[in-house]
Ligand binder design. Sequence first.
Ligand code: SF4
Length: 256
Amino acid sequence: MLLLAKNTLAEGVPAPTNGAALAHRVAALNTRYRHHAATDVMAGALRNVGQVALVSSFGAESVVLLHMLALIDRAAPVLFVDTGMLFTETLVYQTEVAERLGLTGVRILRATDTNQRDPDGTLHNTDPDACCALRKTAPLQKALAGFDGWITGRKRFQAGTRAALDFFEVEPGTGRIKINPLAHWAPEDVRSYMDENRLPRHPLVARGFPSIGCAPCTTPIAPGEDPRAGRWRGAPKQECGIHFLNGRAMRQGDDT
Ligand code: SF4
């Protein structure tokens, strides 16, 4: 309740005092922003939801939300999880994009116990779920504890389970609101936005990586393959578990 109590009263949308009130507030936000553009949704979230962070992987499509955020508030928090296993290209791209867009609120998150739990850096070979939980989910969950909401890059077209994805969602069990400004975007919308705004692309996209995760777990894809076919190739694992349900990681994509 303490977390929710600091939410601001804005634009006639009352701050929630319990789960039902939070759901009511989210419904009101969805009604209010139903016909608005992605930038309006993001700006509305920053005004109405309290402390909000953009969670970004600085991956293949991340620059769209990063650019929108820079237009609204360059000092807004951006959470970037450095798993210690990322491509060098991602680390360089992260620095370059943040500098070019003038983003001053980027926070780099790292797990603090990898030396104890994955001393030789091979956990991804034997237990990728545990590796993702250690290197991605735990640091992010810890960082998000201080926020009322977080912005994601999830989109309706990405999976059947996201067909009804709305701009604002209650994150069950955490008291947070998830904001999905690109919920209604198609792949061509993403490409058009990057072209029209002349945004820098992640260098690995041109080398056959339409979805970019950690170096040991990402390969390029062949023409015609699903864009995520290069993630954990050959393993049953498909998702990183960076979204949460009842305070625990869920098996969902890390398209941030
Ligand atoms: S993507 Fe691979 S290396 Fe990265 S955290 Fe998950 S299992 Fe570990």
